[in-house]
Design a protein around this ligand. Structure first.
Ligand code: THU
Length: 137
């Protein structure tokens, strides 16, 4: 686990988290299908609701660089058991596919899921195309 390059990248990002309000630091490393790795950290704000999570920071970095297909995301926190992505981040990650492997790493342990286990019955692009026409039930 410690020698996993994605875990290392997520820890480095965690060290750069900007979390003066919660003091809760999170780092994420998102591996694209082409092997590139994009990192993110949580970035808080004096206007509390404007803070962004580490996972969504990593997604923004990836998409901005042209990556849209992903294999795995590692999320590092100081919680035990380790923190899984929040609901908003699950939804944002799901935009790019439910087969993403999600790993949560804490100081002493790690956990792993598929994204569609963390967010079943996902609201997705296909849902928008599935508008039922005709008589109301
Ligand atoms: N946070 C993340 O970065 N990712 C998550 O999945 C959950 C929470 C951040 C947001 C906020 O800056 C701090 O952790 C405390 O909620």
């Amino acid at each position: 686990m410690a020698d996993d390059p994605l875990v290392r990248a997520a820890r480095e990002a965690q060290a750069r988290a900007y979390a003066p309000y919660s003091q809760y630091r999170v780092g994420a490393a998102l591996e694209a299908e082409d092997g590139r790795v994009f990192v993110g950290a949580n970035v808080e704000n004096a206007s509390y609701g404007l803070g962004i999570c580490a996972e969504r920071s990593a997604v923004s970095a990836a998409v901005t660089a042209g990556a849209l297909r992903f294999r795995r995301i590692v999320v590092v926190s100081d919680s035990e058991p380790p923190a899984a992505p929040c609901g908003a981040c699950r939804q944002v990650l799901a935009e790019f596919g439910g087969d993403l492997v999600v790993e949560a790493v804490g100081p002493r342990s790690a956990a792993r899921w598929r994204l569609d286990e963390l967010l079943p019955a996902t609201f997705r692009r296909a849902t928008l195309d599935a508008v039922a026409r005709g008589p109301v039930a």
